[in-house]
Design a binder for this molecule. Structure first.
Ligand SMILES: [Zn+2]
Length: 473
């Protein structure tokens, strides 16, 4: 059995890099410290990586580069972190597994369309939102089956109790919808992974630190109280995907079980960690999940090709450490991240945190070491490129408003295991009343979404040497 089944109450080991810095704003340090446990817990960590997944290409000028997964895996191995984990070659997800969330006609389309025959499918491109952001590329559906199968298998390691933490850096494609591709995502592996967790866990918490709103996951679980979604992201109504304002809170019995933390450009380490820790501590204590899914999109780092935050790799990793220290079964996934050398650095550092093994700032030699010149460090300086538009006052008010939503969570919902429907499709079926309420709640958001269709991501420029697959060797 997993040893991460209950919240334990032990003193914090206070080893976190930011435990001092973040406290200059935090007022909750003592309560956090009493509910979390420290490192060195000998968790069993399962790591899923497919050797082929890094070989797929969205297109030469497309910012999503699966090659970042190969870079990450080489760094993980060169630091010997694989010796601290159980390594698994993931299985491809089956069509049936994928269709437990996605519509059959959409999946049939993904299976059949190729760059050679795509002209014969052009009539359905807009219906399935395939085109510029989500191009048809060679092996597209195989790629989806690899990253989705890895997430499902990683979740299964947690449900059968054979791992405490599961990692799939190829997963985390949080924008895909039931019937359409979106934001470089075709199949929503996160929803599939949560379905697996729900077969054994009464309540699952989803946490998203990608710079973009985790809209696909929020939408899938918008009307249930068994999955709480919390997303920290840039929001101005226009930045992709256009949703994620603070007043999107869920509907029907899911009302107050979606939480959004909208941020402005340039947020720095101190403000982000302060918000993250105080919000997540309150969420976990109110919702009392029995498993957590953490989407670690690395486009929230400073210097990201599409992002506009100022986070360091240490701060991003501190969020991972904070969630890990709650000692609940934890599924860790990738997500966005478009300056691929920093994506590899970030996810390698986070792997080291998850296995409780400190790694040197000097990158060990590996086949792809030239990607990391000129410094060859794990922690390059990434902040200061974008002006921080989040004032201290804005952050304090935002925290208060977000925490106010939690007051509506009247204790954890008392879901009994025998109430779990055998057919996960049940989670997606809404009665007419819930649907009407949801439509009313999200009318404003829908308008924005329709308006943005086909729009490029903010900050997406093809203006420098990073246009091509950076230094592929
Ligand atoms: Zn993103």
């Amino acid at each position: 059995m997993s040893r991460r089944s209950t919240l334990r109450h032990q003193p914090d080991s206070a080893t976190a890099t930011f435990s001092t810095r973040s406290n200059s704003l935090a007022t909750t340090k003592n309560s956090i410290a009493t509910k979390r446990v420290g490192n060195h817990s000998n968790d069993i960590v399962a790591y899923f990586h497919d050797e082929q997944v890094g070989n797929y290409h969205y297109g030469e000028r497309h910012p999503m580069k699966p090659h970042r997964l190969t870079l990450t895996n080489h760094l993980v191995i060169s630091y010997d972190l694989h010796k601290k984990m159980e390594i698994f070659q993931p299985r491809r997800a089956t069509d049936e597994e994928i269709m437990s969330f996605h519509a059959p006609d959409y999946i049939d389309f993904l299976k059949k369309v190729t760059p050679e025959n795509m002209n014969t499918f052009s009539k359905v491109f807009s219906r399935f939102n395939v085109g510029d952001d989500c191009p048809v590329f060679d092996g597209m559906f195989d790629f989806c089956k690899i990253y989705s199968g890895a997430t499902i298998d990683a979740a299964r390691k947690l449900t059968n109790g054979s791992a405490d933490i599961s990692i799939n850096w190829s997963g985390g494609l949080h924008h895909a919808k039931r019937v359409e591709a979106s934001g470089f995502c075709y199949v929503n592996d996160i929803v599939l992974g949560i379905f697996e967790l729900l077969t054994h866990h009464p309540r699952v918490l989803y946490v998203d630190i990608d710079i973009h709103h985790g809209d696909g996951v929020q939408e899938a679980f918008y009307t249930t109280d068994r999955v709480m979604t919390v997303s920290f992201h840039k929001y101005n109504g226009d930045f992709f995907p256009g949703t994620g304002d603070i007043d999107e809170v869920g509907s029907g019995i899911g009302k107050h079980y979606s939480l959004n933390v909208p941020l402005k450009d340039g947020i720095d380490d101190e403000s982000y960690i302060y918000l993250f820790k105080s919000v997540m501590e309150a969420v976990i204590n109110s919702f009392r999940p029995s498993a957590i899914v953490l989407q670690c999109g690395a486009d929230s780092l400073g210097c990201d090709r599409l992002g506009c935050f100022n986070l360091s790799i240490k701060a991003h990793g501190e969020c991972v450490r904070f969630i890990k220290d709650f000692k609940l079964p934890l599924l860790v996934l990738g997500g966005g991240g478009y300056t691929i050398r920093n994506v590899a650095r970030c996810w390698t550092y986070e792997t080291s945190i998850l296995v409780d093994h400190e790694v040197s700032n000097d990158l060990p030699y590996n086949e792809y070491i030239d990607f990391f010149q000129p410094d060859y460090k794990l922690h390059p300086h990434l902040s200061g490129k974008v002006e921080n538009m989040n004032t201290k006052q804005y952050i304090r008010n935002l925290r208060i408003r977000v925490l106010e939503h939690l007051r509506f969570l009247n204790g954890a919902p008392s879901v009994q295991m025998q109430e779990i429907p055998p057919d996960m499709q049940g989670f997606l079926d809404m009665n007419e009343e819930e649907e009407a309420e949801r439509m009313a709640d999200s009318a404003k958001g829908k308008e924005t979404k329709e308006g943005r269709r086909g729009r490029e991501h903010d900050n997406e420029f093809y203006d420098n040497e990073q246009d091509v697959d950076d230094m592929e060797i």
